[in-house]
Design a protein around this ligand. Sequence first.
Ligand SMILES: C[S@@+](CC[C@H](N)C(=O)[O-])C[C@H]1O[C@@H](n2cnc3c(N)ncnc32)[C@H](O)[C@@H]1O
Length: 254
Amino acid sequence: MEQASAQQPGPPITTVWPKLAQYLSVVDALAAAQASKAWHHAVTDASPWAPRRIDGAKAAVAACEAAAAAARATANVPHKYRRSRLMDLEDRPAYRNFVSGEVGALSLARILGACSLKGKFVDLGSGTGRPLVYAATLGSFAEVIGLELLDGYVRSSRETLAHVECKWSIHQRDFVSDEGAAVWRDADVVFAASTVFDEAQMARIAARAVALKRGAWVVTLDVALPSPHFVVEWLIKCPDCSWGAARAFVQRRV
Ligand SMILES: C[S@@+](CC[C@H](N)C(=O)[O-])C[C@H]1O[C@@H](n2cnc3c(N)ncnc32)[C@H](O)[C@@H]1O
């Protein structure tokens, strides 16, 4: 009897140690992704644009920002913006979602080279507006749209975008709220500099992204979209983000 009870299997180790289960599911997901056809042509340094064109995009940002600063100086508007919206977000104490950071021109050029350059480009958390200016300069989008919550970024990016010829708008909305999600449900390319976004934020984005049409692109940085409705088509090295290097997951709605 004693021997029989000693042989009885205990609970699976993954139940005893949930972190192991989580780890195994990540490993499984990675193995499945690596085995998938899409992953094979996933890493690229390529950009369809000559360095001169990318420098042109950088110059466009600099010119827009300089023009905005000059307009502010003439209008004598103080350029110290309030960045206090965090106080309104007490139900969502994930301040890491609001950490600033800007994606570079070369990175965005590589990303856009792997996606569509037409239709509607949306930046979820558009910050100072640089990716929108890059998209307007490098692509042939009919419209570029940003969603951003923080007052200072909304105001300064609007001043910057005022100097771009492409149709544009910046919506001061939570991009995962009902109103915010309605802005990007018909987008062709959705970009999110998600390096520091937490798991809950990524899950909310994934849930909203299901509404996108088949074939739409969603690009996230460093974290893939946690959704079975998207496949990773490209994994792109982004060397010139303001915080250093990142990897872009270029995903397609299936
Ligand atoms: C890392 S920054 C990226 C800025 C810009 N996309 C770029 O690449 O230069 C992320 C931005 O997302 C904004 N953000 C985070 N969560 C948001 C939300 N739920 N709704 C709107 N904006 C949000 C933050 O305020 C921040 O400006």
